[in-house]
Write a protein that binds this ligand. Structure first.
Ligand code: DGY
Length: 324
């Protein structure tokens, strides 16, 4: 392989990924910015030209303009995420450039976060912490009652790798029944004891509704005001997919008016969420700042998989996780 050059778009890309590429004789350049820094997009556009590979570790949109700026020598593009909603997949495919993403290595970390959110939302952690901070701990027999996971019905929207890891974990919680919905039957569902049902039924019957699917034009705002009205009064909504799956104004109303019991969100729209956002004012809405895959081990593995995607393409092999 002649000397190849890869640009990595995010200064926090793990060093192990850079070392891995270096060991394979690839020269890397790292854009010295993170997503939220205002200079990041202009700086990316100014510097993106002339590379053989791009690791697009940012939520900025990757589209025709970026590809034009990158130049005709571009041979491979990968994200360092499972989500590719910021990538113009059709345009990349049209230009014949392999595109990869990162699957599997983050399933356990994201599933752990889902479990954390389930317990936090079902057992009212946010409200409890706020009362403590206000010095208003009013202990009593009926104080701060939550809702049980044991014997509940758990509905998973999207039984992919993460959804399956969530079910495996919840098996230890004596859940009564697992339902799932999604585009296809999942062969793994049988062993997990999960039954495929239409989305409407899942929303109607579940005590916990867990969104674990990608954001696509079809899934955008899939949880809207009507869906929230369909859900049980004691239901808890968990989102570890993408903020865009939920109509947040409708969720605000549903939580405020106690149409549902609570929500636990790892992902919101926009990210970062401004600190005066109405959802943050709700005691029954537990929000964390997109921590799904945030463990050292997982992020290191994600960096290596994205590097492998690029190297495979350079070597004329299929990417480890190709998007098409
Ligand atoms: C992903 O990889 O898409 C996850 O959201 C990261 O936490």
């Amino acid at each position: 392989m002649s000397l190849k050059r890869v640009i990595v778009v995010n200064k926090t890309f793990p060093q192990v990924g850079l070392d891995f590429l270096k060991k394979e004789g690839v020269k890397t350049t790292v854009i010295p910015y993170m997503d939220h820094e205002p200079e990041s997009l202009p700086e990316i556009k100014k510097n993106i030209n002339g590379y053989d590979g791009i690791i697009w570790n940012t939520r900025h949109r990757f589209d025709a303009e970026i590809m034009d700026l990158a130049g005709p020598q571009l041979k491979a593009v990968t994200t360092m995420s499972s989500g590719v909603e910021n990538m113009d997949v059709k345009e990349i495919q049209k230009r014949g450039i392999p595109l990869g993403n990162v699957l599997q290595v983050l399933d356990n970390a994201v599933a752990d976060i889902a479990l954390g959110l389930i317990i936090a939302a079902a057992r009212r952690f946010k409200e409890g912490i706020e009362e403590l901070n206000r010095n208003e701990w009013k202990y009593g027999v009926q104080w701060m009652l939550g809702t049980d996971i044991a014997n509940s019905t758990v509905g998973i929207v999207g039984l992919g790798g993460v959804g399956q890891a969530i079910v495996r974990r919840l098996k230890g919680f004596d859940v009564g029944k697992f339902l799932y919905c999604g585009r296809t039957d999942k062969p793994e569902a049988k062993a997990l004891g999960a039954e495929r049902v239409p989305q409407e039924q899942l929303l109607r019957e579940s005590d916990f509704v867990i969104l674990a699917c990608p954001l696509t034009p079809e899934t955008k705002n899939m949880i809207n005001a009507d869906c929230l009205k369909t859900m049980k009064k004691n239901a808890v909504l968990i989102n570890i997919g993408r903020g865009g799956l939920v109509d947040q104004e409708a969720l605000y109303v549903a939580l405020k008016e106690k149409q549902i019991f609570g929500a636990g969100l790892d992902v919101v729209q926009p990210e970062p969420l401004p600190n005066d956002h109405p959802l943050l004012s709700l005691p029954n809405c537990f929000i964390i700042p997109h921590l799904g895959s945030s463990t050292t081990e997982t992020r290191n593995q994600m960096a290596i998989v994205s590097a492998e995607n690029i190297l495979n393409a350079f070597n004329g092999k299929p990417m480890k996780y190709p998007c098409f």
